[in-house]
Write a protein that binds this ligand. Structure first.
Ligand SMILES: Cc1cc2nc3c(=O)[nH]c(=O)nc-3n(C[C@H](O)[C@H](O)[C@H](O)COP(=O)(O)O)c2cc1C
Length: 178
């Protein structure tokens, strides 16, 4: 059975949920290990056939640790089957939800010059009650600017789980079974 590493870069945990969904979809046909990218220095990347990275956006950016992981392991990543997906609030909008139209994915690909075999974009989740004062007001302003929901007593999940499932099936078909 082929081995898959799913490494996540997440602040509030939603990207981890997406990674877990991918894991559950492919686990029958691949041996899957899930790790936080920030604690992955002891992971033997060369042991895996397939490496999937999932990362969320905060204040317009991915975490620096995502970029350092890619920089430090570029040669190895290029020798494996790879997938990358990002998670952000802007992707809730139809016109910004695809791999060619999501501004953060375009920026990421340009900045890293990495070309994963498979790409994905998923809309995330806004949990107003969970955030601290500063983040709550900042994301509320961002949502107001982009005509999103601003009720700070509520949680809004925008993720299309069918899209996550379809992505997982492509991982199986295109990266693991050949
Ligand atoms: C403080 C804060 C800032 C955010 N900034 C952005 C942003 O600039 N653009 C965007 O599309 N989404 C933004 N988001 C939405 C997150 O990408 C979304 O909540 C995602 O689900 C977070 O995933 P995580 O829980 O794995 O960190 C922001 C969320 C928070 C709480």
């Amino acid at each position: 059975m082929k081995k898959t590493l799913i490494a996540y870069s997440s602040t509030d945990g939603h990207t981890i949920r997406i990674c877990e969904k991918i894991k559950s979809t492919i686990a029958d046909q691949s041996n899957v290990t899930l790790v936080n990218i920030e604690n992955s220095s002891t992971t033997q990347l060369e042991d895996f056939d397939c490496i999937i990275l999932g990362a969320s956006i905060r204040y317009g950016n991915h975490k620096a640790s995502l970029y350092s992981f890619i920089r430090d392991n570029k040669t190895l990543l290029n020798s494996k089957k790879t997938a990358f997906f990002n998670v952000n609030a802007v992707a809730r909008k139809e016109e910004k939800s695809s791999i060619t139209t999501n501004p953060y994915l375009k920026k990421f690909l340009k900045r890293t010059s990495w070309q994963p075999d498979l790409l994905g974009v998923f809309a995330g989740k806004i949990s107003y009650p969970k955030y601290n004062f500063f983040d709550k007001h900042m994301i509320r302003f961002i949502m107001w600017m982009s005509k999103g929901p601003t009720d700070q007593t509520k949680t809004f999940e925008f993720t299309d789980w069918h899209k996550v499932e379809a992505f997982s099936k492509r991982v199986l078909a295109e990266l693991l079974i050949n």
